[in-house]
Write a protein that binds this ligand. Sequence first.
Ligand SMILES: [Zn+2]
Length: 72
Amino acid sequence: MKKCIVCKIITLLGGLGALNWGLVALFDVNLVSKALGEATTASTVVYTLIGVAGLLLIVSIFKCCPCVKKSA
Ligand SMILES: [Zn+2]
């Protein structure tokens, strides 16, 4: 099963967000706030993107990616 670029980005963002949470829990290191600063516009954008990616990942359990339908 091939993944389109959109699915790859969503999975990457969701995975990075999950990894970041794991690092916060285990090492008390938040990579996003470390790289972009705490409560900055940039970190808010990243958290929002990760949140949207997570939502889309959950939706993708129930729905096939529309790009896959197009190519089929
Ligand atoms: Zn896709």
